[in-house]
Design a protein around this ligand. Sequence first.
Ligand code: NAP
Length: 252
Amino acid sequence: MSRFTGKYALVTGAARGIGAATARRLATEGAVVGCVDLTAARCASIIDEIAVTGGSAAAFGCDVSDSGQVEALVSDVVTEFGRIDVLVNNAGITRDNLLFRMSEDDWDKVIDVNLKSAFLMTRAVQKHMVDQRSGAVVNMSSRSALGNRGQANYAAAKAGIQGLTATLALELGPFGVRVNAVAPGYVATPMTEATAVRVGVTPEEHQAAAAQAIPLRRVGQPTEIAAVVAFLASDDASYVSGQTVYVNGGAR
Ligand code: NAP
């Protein structure tokens, strides 16, 4: 498949997990991929991996919750690539705690990295997509947007992503720019491994417990989220905009 031949994509939080799987998938399908993480060095292994398989990628360092860094990043990427066809706002963090124990800093950090970053990145990139009269943005929400004990900050950010997505689709649609979101359930990544360690079980035990509540009786893999991101970013989804697609093994 080469749905992205001649296209330039930017994926945030691309050093590992779902972001790395997405960068790999888009590159496999022909895109030149800008891999963004807190430092360019963190993207070294995904860049090497893409290069070894014959793909093209470049690493960029940026804290996507910082407006100055985001403006500089997008300017650098446009200088290097000439255009941006696909933006995947994937970077995210968790700082879980019950409300009465949640610090203001944990609230702010999670909102900034998961939600404000998508606003900052899309605001900076849309100028170029609007000029091109084409582009696709895919934002990373979560099943937690529906509510999840211990994740008031994260659930609020991920629900916010869905409202942002619906609104940006209205504003950017007339310029040929589509905006969609993916809402994964439990996916086996370093993020969920860290959660397991924090609650005192192994990642395998944590995944097995989560799987019991999922109709498909297993947790998701990063490649399974990347496949849906790639669909939404591609021309196969040319009439899909403003949607949030849940990818969660059938959980309600
Ligand atoms: P992950 O393994 O923790 O990877 C996230 C990546 O984002 C890391 O490389 C991280 O860098 C980077 N990052 C964090 N803050 C950043 C910032 N300010 N600027 C740039 N990069 C930053 O997470 P994941 O599980 O792949 O999750 C990816 C996305 O999917 C997130 O938005 C997450 O909320 C969402 N999601 C995940 C699941 C799941 O079950 N895994 C479910 C639903 C939604 P560091 O290594 O420095 O932290």
